[in-house]
Design a protein around this ligand. Structure first.
Ligand code: NDP
Length: 300
């Protein structure tokens, strides 16, 4: 039986709708407008697209959007001074520094200079520690989006066997931690994992965050498993015409969909959830900063 498609685009629209409702309530009942500041250093084309679309969606849900574009050769001290200013600005509830940064800037230093309460990307070492000890934290957006989709599809994932392929700080590790916090039995696989196909075949839940186009074939997937494909890979698509490309995930969609119980597509799966969760994190940060109840269903 073909897999159920987990429609991240539709789910993200629902999440943004909930965020917008909460923003309206914050404005009407408390006179507070949540604000998200996005800092872009340099002119990386992909980053520019992300920043534009983040700004647009921030405004669409009724929040304030503050964009700071700095030259590629900005000195570290100047970037840190801007972050300090945003940390102290009461109109700013969330701060996101678009990664990757130009090579001369120390990414860890920059991220760890953001006030953890405003760290809507959830990359600050304090938030990593809080998540790791099961405490209230800001949760990285992409794994949070995956968790929301899994909870929505399964109700509970307690006791399920989950395999996360990839151990990056921004996706793999926090994803594994979130699954563990929800009482799944978690295996983290990576480039040194022995017999990856057999490891994946044991999983009720497979989260692929590798960055290798269509690396996971259908015959690695246990019958009925849920497949969350985080990968975004651009490959040549000669069938669409000369020089054309298309996006694919880390899983071979057609063959995985034949065995999986449910699967996220690429595009239209995890991707749209990432920005929706950034907005959710900003509204959560705003509520926490003002001692107000957090929106339900928008946090881990
Ligand atoms: P990284 O490159 O930081 O990490 C990739 C991970 O995959 C590493 O842990 C690496 O292992 C592992 N890996 C590489 N090759 C293999 C292999 N052959 N077998 C098993 N594991 C392997 O990538 P990210 O985590 O940043 O991103 C992963 C993917 O997710 C990318 O395609 C990226 O574009 C996408 N992405 C999508 C987002 C979204 O919004 N949907 C957001 C963020 C990322 P090792 O540690 O041993 O090297």
């Amino acid at each position: 039986m073909p897999a159920t498609l987990i429609d991240g685009k539709a789910f993200a629209a629902t999440v943004r709708g909930k965020v917008a409702q909460h923003v309206t309530r914050l404005k009407d009942d408390h006179g507070i407008t949540p604000g998200l500041a996005v800092v872009l250093v340099g002119e990386d084309p992909a980053s520019q697209v992300y920043v534009r679309s983040k700004g647009k969606m921030t405004l669409e849900v009724g929040m304030n959007s503050f964009e700071h574009r700095l030259d590629a050769d900005t000195a570290e001290a100047d970037l840190l001074a801007l972050i300090d200013q945003l940390n102290r600005d009461p109109a700013v509830h969330g701060i996101l520094v678009q990664l990757p940064l130009p090579k001369h800037l120390n990414e860890d230093l920059v991220i760890n200079s953001i006030d953890p309460a405003k760290d809507v990307d959830g990359f600050h070492i304090s938030n990593v520690g809080l998540l790791g000890t099961g405490q209230k934290s800001m949760v990285p957006c992409t794994p949070l989006g995956c968790l929301m989709m899994l909870r929505d599809h399964h109700g509970t994932i307690s006791g399920m066997d989950a395999v996360v392929i990839g151990r990056s700080n921004i996706v793999g590790k926090p994803m594994a931690q979130l699954l563990l916090n929800d009482s799944a039995t978690v295996t983290i696989a990576h480039s040194r994992t022995k017999d990856l196909p057999e490891v994946v075949r044991r999983a009720d839940i497979v989260v692929a965050a590798v960055g290798r186009p269509e690396m996971v074939p259908g015959d690695w997937i246990k019958e009925g498993a849920t497949v969350i494909d985080v990968g975004i890979n651009r490959i040549d698509a000669p069938e669409k015409g000369e020089g054309k490309t298309r996006l694919v995930g880390d899983c071979h969609f057609e063959s995985c969909a034949e065995r999986a119980g449910a699967i996220t597509p690429v595009p239209g799966g995890v991707g749209p959830m990432t920005i929706a969760c950034l907005l959710a994190n900003t509204v959560t940060a705003c509520c926490r900063a003002n001692g107000l109840a957090e929106p339900e269903g928008l946090t881990a």
